[in-house]
Design a protein around this ligand. Structure first.
Ligand code: MRU
Length: 366
């Protein structure tokens, strides 16, 4: 996508091919800064600190992290250590495991001397594949948007989204936002309700920023507003991303997604989830019981970052000294609340049968 007329991805190799550059998402929307990752430790810290975030981008960063590790030391021991370090960074996004397994399977059988170049090449391919996969999600999602638009009979199409599942969460295009960009570019009138998405405010900070840069009409709303909007017919469809989708179609995504899905069901609003195939965890069925939920630093709840009157990015405390806070980062939306899964292979019901139609080689019994 373009920033001030210049095309960017969220991650790319440095000009000398020895480092990786990323957009520092902890500085957005107030500062646009690019950070250089020199080694595997830089890559791991970038994922932990959420300099990069979003399931597909976490996967691509992990792949480049392995490549950086192999540049320094391509021994079996270094390969195993890099895998473990990167695997431990964040627990929810299954793309992380997918990318690391992919790289490890490729590198292990290779002679040590061939590993660095092979890892670098494969990381680049993973990034390119993610762009293509997201473009396809956008096309399939656009068909869904057109259907809802035609049923409605007139514009604008009012779409509610949670967290950031835009191009900043992927290498380019995004998942949930890809159909929004394509609809907007195709001349369909789309207006987006952007959930602020406490505590990290990925909606207010990142989704609003990227939609604004692309000229898509949007309004940021507090996280509690969606139910009211749906009751009053002000939302035509919800679309969110996912960090992990189970083999039976349960969807693990940013905390608060479940409440929006409940409100959508109660009000007859279609609730779609957009995902690349790399986000499906075929080893898990019951998301509520089986997916470990990341608990993050309570400071993300007790404090908030913003721009002060002097134009400096500052952090301030919100809660009384001494009040403890809990910070669950994700929740699981059961499949029965999901209208459809929009994947790079097409659209299906959120069920083992539905996923089986698109991924017959992976199908599990219902
Ligand atoms: O904690 P984050 O910011 O990494 O969480 C991201 C989300 O929940 C996204 O909505 C999800 O990764 C889908 S991204 C295409």
């Amino acid at each position: 996508m373009k920033i001030d007329g210049k095309a960017y991805r969220t991650i790319w190799p440095s000009a000398d091919g020895r480092a990786v550059e990323v957009i520092d998402q902890t500085r957005l929307p107030h500062r646009f800064e690019v950070l250089t990752l020199h080694d595997v430790e830089d890559a791991a810290r970038a994922i932990e600190r959420m300099v990069v975030r979003g399931a597909p981008l976490i996967g691509a960063t992990a792949a480049y992290g392995m490549a950086l590790a192999m540049r320094a030391d391509a021994s079996d021991a270094a390969l195993a250590a890099a895998y473990e370090r990167l695997f431990g960074t964040r627990p929810t996004a299954v793309n992380l495991r997918w990318a690391l397994d992919d790289l490890r399977a490729l590198l292990r059988p290779l002679p040590v001397a061939a590993r660095a170049d092979a890892a670098w090449r494969r990381a680049g391919e993973i990034a390119d594949e993610d762009v293509e996969v997201c473009r396809r999600i956008g096309e399939h999602g656009l068909a869904v948007f057109r259907e809802v638009f035609e049923r409605k009979g007139q514009g604008p199409l009012r779409v509610l989204t949670h967290c950031n599942a835009g191009w900043l969460a992927t290498v380019d295009w995004g998942t949930a936002l890809a159909p929004i960009y394509m609809a907007h570019d195709a001349g369909l009138s789309v207006e987006v309700w952007v959930d602020e998405t406490r505590p990290r405010n990925q909606g207010a900070a990142l989704t609003a920023w990227e939609l604004g840069r692309h000229g898509v009409p949007h309004r940021v709303i507090a996280d509690n507003v969606g139910g009211h909007l749906m009751q009053h017919g002000l939302v035509d469809l919800c679309i969110v991303g996912t960090d992990r989708t189970t083999a039976q179609g349960d969807v693990c995504n940013k905390i608060g997604t479940y409440l929006k899905a409940l409100a959508a069901k109660a009000n007859g609003v279609p609730f779609y989830v957009a995902l690349p195939h790399t986000t499906i965890d075929w080893t898990v069925r019951d998301g509520v019981r089986e997916i470990p939920i990341e608990e993050r630093d309570a400071r993300e709840v007790t404090h908030i970052q913003g721009l002060d009157a002097a134009g400096e990015v500052v952090e301030v405390r919100l809660t009384p000294e001494g009040s403890d806070a809990a910070n669950y980062a994700f929740d699981v939306t059961p499949a029965n609340l999901v209208t459809g899964l929009i994947t790079d292979r097409g659209v299906c019901s959120a069920s083992a049968e539905g996923l089986g139609t698109l991924f017959p080689d992976r199908a599990v019994a219902s």
